[in-house]
Design a protein around this ligand. Structure first.
Ligand code: AP5
Length: 224
């Protein structure tokens, strides 16, 4: 299974990717996670990406494409992958198409996660992660104390907020999404790959919709 999860910041791409990883046994490739990891390790690439990330802007295409090319060359992608947060503009989509054609691994579907602006804002301002175990919480919808049990932090999470989840940066991320990423909806629709999913509601509910839309025969299907 080779999937792209397309959607605004906070639409649940990361959350649903993790469930898809379990379901299809293919890796999640999140450009956001790869860039954050490079930044935390203080690599030249991570330091170069930092300013754009903190301002809620897109990191230069050359950096992101280099990361993706390297990641797709790893053997665990042979059976497929879930692209989370990539591509994010026309140039990235074109480059991805060319890369996948080269390795003979075309995309099966692009899942568009549709969530209303107010809900996105609440999800992002409420997101926290545990410094110790990395688990993602949400102070509104999934606060500490909810299952599963964590051996690493012993259910005592030290909560931190992503620097780009501050209100002023969220505004910018949503504007960047509207201007640069939203045009990809039409791009993938024209290629017959787009599947629209109502991504509001509980995590399991949204996952069930994604599964339904992926098994639906109609390429232009919409599940809500
Ligand atoms: P990235 O890390 O990709 O962030 P994003 O796209 O802004 O997406 P988020 O991670 O904020 O949201 P999500 O859709 O994954 O939602 P999540 O599941 O976490 O990118 C960060 C930055 O890196 C960019 O701004 C840019 O600078 C750079 N970058 C990355 N990729 C790039 C690229 N290709 N090109 C250039 N630059 C790039 O959920 C959010 C919250 O909601 C969580 O708290 C979660 O628990 C909660 N939640 C999720 N689903 C539900 C639900 N169904 N019900 C209730 N709560 C829910």
């Amino acid at each position: 299974m080779r999937l792209i999860l397309l959607g605004a910041p906070g639409s649940g791409k990361g959350t649903q990717s993790q469930k898809l990883v379990e379901r299809y046994a293919v890796p999640q490739i999140s450009t956001g996670d790869l860039l954050r990891d490079a930044r935390e390790r203080g690599t030249p690439l991570g330091l170069k990406a930092q300013a754009a990330m903190d301002a809620g802007k897109l990191v230069e295409d050359a950096i992101v494409l280099g990361i993706i090319r390297e990641r797709l060359a790893q053997p665990d992608t042979a059976q497929g992958f879930i692209l989370d947060g990539f591509p994010r503009n026309q140039a990235q989509a074109d480059a991805l198409g060319a890369m996948l054609m080269e390795i003979g691994q075309p995309i099966d579907a692009v899942v568009l996660m549709q969530v209303d602006g107010d809900v996105l804002f609440r999800r992002l301002t409420g997101r926290r992660s545990c410094k110790e175990c990395g688990r993602i919480f949400n102070i509104y919808t999934a606060p500490p104390g909810t299952a599963p049990h964590c051996d690493r932090c012993n259910d005592r999470p030290v909560l931190v907020q992503r620097p780009d989840d501050r209100e002023e940066v969220i505004d910018n991320r949503l504007k960047v999404y509207a201007k640069q990423t939203q045009p990809l909806i039409e791009y993938y629709e024209k290629l017959g790959l787009l599947r629209r999913v109502d991504a509001e509601g509980g995590v399991d509910e949204v996952f069930a919709r994604i599964e339904r839309v992926l098994s639906a025969p109609n390429k232009h299907s919409r599940i809500s």
